[in-house]
Design a protein around this ligand. Structure first.
Ligand SMILES: Cc1cc2nc3c(=O)[nH]c(=O)nc-3n(C[C@H](O)[C@H](O)[C@H](O)COP(=O)(O)O)c2cc1C
Length: 272
């Protein structure tokens, strides 16, 4: 392995990881991911959006139904409106391109209607999950494409804090839901550090799931993350386990998303 690969893997885990396999530049892009929350105002070169979307459309999609869409937003006012609904995250306004990824069952409903056919299957939770998975796979392909071009990105789950208001701003028809946003643009310096992930022993199970290995892996990760917070001068109270549990402690910890089921009903998803 070259030093670069060794360093990338070490950054991803906060410790060295023995790895003896073929390598491809694509792996360098994947392992280099970090969310970017400060952007230069420079616009994206012409054709970049279309290339990113072609990459998104190249993702696998359940039964080739393609139950997703995306809204590309460059308008300053619209970005400000969406940022206000997402806890005023400044990077939404700062990034030159904000993509809102949609679980979209309206297209299939429209096709069924125009053919005089039933679309009763769309009312089931399964189809909502399908559309959400499709949107997420497409968005992640777009993210990797953008990052391979030297652009930075950060997902914005806070698009789900006020789903109906987001839908109104984007003029979404019934059965379309904004799953998350994605800021895209050139990172402002200095470069953000790669954030370590859980040791593989916590998430990679062989042949059968094993809960007993979790505690040691989590303890190890807490230590790695505390070093990371210190190095990055991040003011994080407690360890990773503590603040992760706080994030799910009460319905109020979900930043308004505790009412997601009700919001989805209002947006035309029956979720049977
Ligand atoms: C679906 C999703 C929603 C997210 N929502 C937000 C968000 O609203 N604001 C934000 O700053 N980061 C958001 N993030 C970024 C995560 O905080 C980030 O990916 C995580 O801390 C790991 O850091 P890294 O991406 O730099 O490796 C989101 C990530 C995902 C996958």
């Amino acid at each position: 392995m070259t030093i670069n690969r060794i360093e990338l893997l070490r950054s991803r885990y906060g410790q060295s990881l023995d790895f003896d396999s073929e390598w491809h530049e694509c792996l360098t892009t994947l392992l280099s991911h970090r969310s970017i929350r400060a952007y230069r105002p420079d616009p994206l070169p012409s054709g970049t959006l279309e290339l990113i979307i072609a990459s998104a459309q190249s993702a696998a999609t359940s039964s080739n139904l393609q139950t997703w869409s995306v809204v590309a937003i460059e308008d300053v006012q619209r970005k400000a409106q969406l940022a206000a609904l997402a806890g005023n995250q400044k990077h939404i306004q700062q990034c030159p391109l904000f993509l809102v990824w949609l679980a979209d069952l309206a297209r299939l409903a429209h096709i069924a209607e125009s053919r005089g056919m039933s679309s009763a299957g769309l009312d089931y939770l399964e189809m909502f999950v399908t559309a959400t998975i499709d949107a997420a796979l497409a968005a992640q392909n777009a993210t990797i494409a953008a990052e391979s071009l030297g652009l930075g990105t950060v997902y914005i789950g806070a698009m789900r804090n006020h789903p109906e208001k987001v839908a109104a701003i984007l003029k979404l028809p019934p059965r379309v839901f904004a799953v998350f946003g994605l800021c895209v643009g050139y990172p402002d310096s200095p470069p953000t550090a790669i954030k370590p992930r859980l040791p593989q022993s916590a998430i990679l199970h062989r042949e059968r799931y094993d809960l007993t290995v979790q505690d040691a892996a989590i303890a190890q990760y807490n230590e790695i993350m505390q070093n990371f917070y210190r190095e990055q001068q991040m003011n994080v109270a407690g360890d990773w386990a503590e603040h992760s549990v706080k994030r799910i402690a009460t319905p109020q910890s979900l930043s308004g998303r505790d009412r997601l089921r009700e919001a989805l009903k209002n947006l035309g998803f029956e979720l049977r």
